[in-house]
Design a protein around this ligand. Structure first.
Ligand code: NAD
Length: 451
């Protein structure tokens, strides 16, 4: 057992010190989860649903406390932190209706009947990154529990506090011991053990593409199920026929929200050449209005970066030509002003790599074909936005862009009742929405003879 100091990224002050679980502690929790599975899987569907609704209610009752923890631990703005608690409540409520709807099929066969069942997998591991500690945890544990699995969840090293609290609230809500387990600690110890432990039947991983690839390779050894939500380099494609003022006014939020530490951040802006000057004029006003301040204030649009390490990593992109910047506080904390870059060409680092900070790169395109080609010129394919008033163009471009989540004349991309996930190296599988249960169950086919 080792200890870890949790730091407030807005002040660099110590929030608390927690204990990290070691390998034998991890094995003990996995064993408890495997044992709990034997009873949890048999809890009547209506009863399991009721327990998940109670869990949702208890989370809602602790909304302010959870939000405060996230503001202090992650530097999230108050507005975001409150939304994130609501998201956990909504996802739990949405999937609480699933146990009674885990339908199989009846398929016509001669000599008897053929039915399919959706069986739970067993112990499901959820590995969470630091950028959205609460929502990403919920997207994994809520459908996993609803489908009858038990869960072992590892929060990111930097941001364990809300996940640990959610673990306590589950017990308070009457979720039986061993069903939902939160294990704070290192990816290289706990996360790696999830991959190798034979009782863990599935790993849901959200994080960097690099670690995701190693997890996928490790899971191959036991043909372990895996869902991956990885990095992104998403485009905000703005055509000259769009409402340019509106596109410009909403662009800062689409990339600087959560200080750009968002896998869906529209960190590439593609603006049709003829509208470049007008767009940049409006965009500069919007960026300068974007409030970077103490995240506990209700007025804050953006807080600090999560760590000094992240600050340094993002700073390394700032050697490209700068169009303009917003402002940020000085002094303690990992503060960075929103920054708009004008990369020289599509080989520039800021154009190709995921920045995961408040930095956006702007380039122009001539026509629809070039816009699509530039947007698709990436190994990633997670998200994106298209701005146009032409319905035909909206449809053509939506079908042509190789990403999992697109929005037209809007930047919304993650709703808990619609599917979310990536093309190409942005991930494997889908979370949320009506079909997420399929990735937490196995289909079993049973033939029953007439004899
Ligand atoms: P990371 O890959 O370093 O860590 C993610 C999680 O994996 C952490 O809990 C970490 O402890 C754990 N981990 C690290 N090494 C491990 C190992 N060898 N085995 C098992 N687990 C291990 O990523 P991060 O820095 O925490 O998060 C930022 C990244 O996450 C960005 O690249 C971002 O794009 C991505 N992300 C993607 C989505 C999505 O839905 N696609 C959402 C959020 C974040």
């Amino acid at each position: 057992m080792s200890t870890y100091d949790v730091i407030n990224p807005a002040t660099e002050k110590l929030v608390t010190t927690i204990e990290h679980l070691d390998l034998s502690g991890t094995d003990a929790v996995i064993a408890r989860a495997a044992k709990a599975f034997e009873t949890w899987r048999h809890v009547a569907p209506g009863e399991r649903g009721k327990m998940l609704r109670r869990f949702a209610d208890v989370v809602a009752e602790h909304k302010e406390e959870l939000a405060q923890l996230e503001i202090a631990n992650s530097g999230h703005t108050r507005g975001n932190a409150l939304w994130e608690v609501d998201n956990v409540v909504n996802v739990l409520t949405y999937y609480s209706a699933a146990p009674e709807r885990l339908f199989g099929r009846q398929i016509p066969v001669p000599g008897g009947i053929d039915v399919t069942f959706k069986e739970p997998l067993g112990v499901v591991a959820v590995i969470v990154p630091w950028n959205f500690p609460m929502p990403i945890a919920g997207w994994g544990f809520a459908p996993a529990l609803a489908a009858g699995n038990t869960v072992v969840l590892k929060p990111a090293e930097y941001t364990p506090l809300t996940a640990m609290k959610l673990g306590e609230l589950a017990l308070l809500a009457g979720i039986p011991e061993g069903v939902f387990n939160v294990l704070p600690g290192k990816g290289s110890v706990i996360g790696a053990r999830f991959v190798t432990h034979p009782a863990v039947r599935k790993v849901v991983f959200t994080g960097s593409t690099e670690v995701g690839k190693s997890i996928m390779a490790g899971c191959a050894d036991q043909v372990k199920r895996v869902t991956l939500e990885l990095g992104g380099k998403s485009s905000n494609i703005i055509f000259a026929d769009a409402d340019i003022a509106k596109a410009a006014a909403s662009a800062p939020g689409s990339v600087f929200d959560n200080a750009g530490q968002d896998c869906c951040a529209r960190s590439r802006i593609l603006i049709q050449k003829s509208a470049f000057d007008t767009f940049m004029e409006h965009f500069e006003v919007a960026v300068k209005k974007f409030r970077v301040e103490d995240p506990s204030l209700a007025t804050a649009d953006m807080g600090p970066l999560i760590s000094k390490k992240q600050f340094d990593a993002v700073s390394s992109f700032l050697d490209e030509p700068v169009a303009f910047t917003g402002s940020a506080p000085t002094g303690a904390g990992y503060w960075m002003a929103p920054t708009v870059l004008l990369p020289k060409n599509t080989q520039a680092r800021s154009w190709r790599e995921e920045v995961f900070g408040p930095v956006v790169s702007v380039m122009t395109f001539e026509d629809e074909a070039e816009g699509i080609a530039m947007a698709n010129d990436s190994e990633y394919g997670l998200s994106g936005s298209i701005w146009t008033r032409d319905v035909g163009r909206a449809l053509r471009v939506s079908r042509a862009i190789e990403t999992g989540n697109l929005s037209v004349n809007s930047h919304s991309s993650v709703r808990f009742w619609t599917p979310f996930g990536g093309f190409k190296q942005s991930g494997l599988g889908r979370e949320l929405g009506p079909d997420a249960l399929d990735s937490f169950t196995e289909v079993k086919n049973v033939f029953i003879s007439n004899d």
